[in-house]
Design a protein around this ligand. Structure first.
Ligand code: UDP
Ligand code: MG
Length: 149
């Protein structure tokens, strides 16, 4: 089953949005496979965002991610990567539809509350980076009430 790396950024933690955000993924029917509150250092944040290292906002982005603890999560389910991006909303909260996390909770790109993997391949890379210890293997007893088979 597909997995995505979802991270509540420092502003989401500071603003007390952790419970609401987790509820949105739970309510959809996705399964939580990994969860931890962590503070990461600059080198780790730079590795997570390595693909963006040439962009003008890179330093500010890294500074943002290391400015406080984040909630790192692995969510599992059918098409969770693409659907997770829809639940999160567009990168720029000005373009995020109401009803999405960024549409409901954010105003600026540099304070957009949450990260979600953009592809199955990047999800695998990010999960390996953030959860080198691995995640928890379990199956929800609600599975047959969420999936046809
Ligand atoms: N970002 C920014 N300015 C930009 C583009 C991105 O501050 O012009 C930040 C924003 O917080 C975004 C993160 O960099 O979430 C990673 O950028 P990406 O393009 O991967 O967006 P995402 O996948 O998070 O929607
Ligand atoms: Mg991205």
């Amino acid at each position: 089953m597909e997995q995505s790396f979802i991270m509540i950024k420092p502003d989401g933690v500071q603003r007390g949005l952790v419970g609401d955000i987790i509820s949105r993924f739970e309510n959809k029917g996705f399964s939580l496979k990994g969860l931890k509150l962590v503070s990461v250092d600059r080198a780790f944040a730079e590795k997570h965002y390595a693909d963006l290292s040439a962009r003008p906002f890179f330093n500010a982005l890294v500074q943002y991610i290391i400015s406080g603890p984040v909630v790192a999560m692995v969510w599992e389910g059918k098409s969770v990567v693409a659907t997770g991006r829809k639940i999160i909303g567009a990168t720029n909260p000005s373009d995020s539809a109401p009803g999405t996390i960024r549409g409901d909770f954010a105003i600026e790109m540099g304070r957009n509350v949450i990260h979600g993997s953009d592809a199955v391949e990047s999800a695998a890379r990010e999960i390996a980076l953030w959860f080198p210890e691995g995640v928890v293997g379990w199956t929800s007893s609600l599975h047959p009430w969420v999936y046809e088979k």
